[in-house]
Design a protein around this ligand. Structure first.
Ligand code: MLT
Length: 242
């Protein structure tokens, strides 16, 4: 969905935000860090990305850019989680800009704790929220250019469901603050055993299928709990493994 207008974070803002972009930015971020990337530096704007990358040693940087599901011309990588192999990313910083996911990250940078989630690491993220005793959590689906995203809502439900399952102590509970979260939980209950079909049915999944050569991305993006890694914002715009 569209990122909510940032309220005053000092008064009634969240303790934490979890940014989701299942197809494919936050899946790619998780796999890049899993495969040894030094960090992911996220940019809403390509110009800012190129300026920052130019100041980084060429041997230790990769520019990864996607617009409309396609790799940005002249960049080292697009936004496929299968392209960020250990051979490609080990010890390198990825300077990343995508159509929606990095814009979401940009909009919620000011929260005290910023994590990114996808289906592969949904339980690990839920566990981290509980460990950090986050009380008010925004789960931000990146959507598509401001429109609703089925796959991001599925992952939001997956994270919330994991938090509910993990919050076993009597004093701990998870309350969904709005209808969108309740709907996301229902979506997860509906599709949790066939997530890839859900991703392929979604409008952005259909967009990627129509573009061709992205078919193998779906299984990777749909692989629930295949990763333990939790990307965390270490400094504004910079995500590291944790
Ligand atoms: C996005 O940012 O909307 C997605 O990651 C686009 C994509 O890579 O398919």
């Amino acid at each position: 969905e569209a990122v909510p207008p940032l309220r005053s974070l000092e008064e009634d803002g969240p303790d934490a935000a979890v940014v989701i972009d299942v197809l494919r930015a936050t899946t790619t971020i998780a796999w890049a860090l899993q495969n040894g990337a030094e960090a992911i530096q996220a940019f809403a704007d390509l110009g800012a990305l190129e300026a920052a990358a130019a100041d980084w040693p060429a041997a230790r940087r990769l520019r990864a850019g996607e617009r409309g599901g396609k790799r940005v011309d002249g960049y080292d990588l697009g936004n496929s989680p299968l392209a960020v192999t250990p051979e490609r990313v080990e010890s390198k910083r990825l300077f990343l800009s995508t159509t929606n996911g990095t814009r979401s990250l940009d909009r919620v940078q000011a929260v005290p704790l910023l994590l990114t989630a996808c289906l592969p690491n949904r339980t690990a993220v839920a566990r981290r929220l509980i460990e950090r005793q986050a009380l008010r959590v925004w789960i931000v689906g990146s959507g598509w250019e401001g429109d609703y995203s089925l796959e991001d809502s599925l992952a939001a439900g997956a994270v919330a469901s994991a938090a509910i399952e993990l919050a076993v102590a009597p004093h701990m509970g998870v309350r969904c603050a709005n209808d969108e979260m309740l709907a996301a939980l229902a979506l997860w209950q509906q599709w949790r055993h066939d997530t890839e079909t859900c991703l392929r049915s979604a409008s952005h999944g259909q967009r990627l299928i129509s573009l061709g050569n992205h078919d193998a991305d779906f299984a990777c993006c749909a692989a629930v709990d295949s990763l333990e890694i939790v990307p965390i914002q270490a400094e504004p715009g910079v995500l590291r493994a944790s």
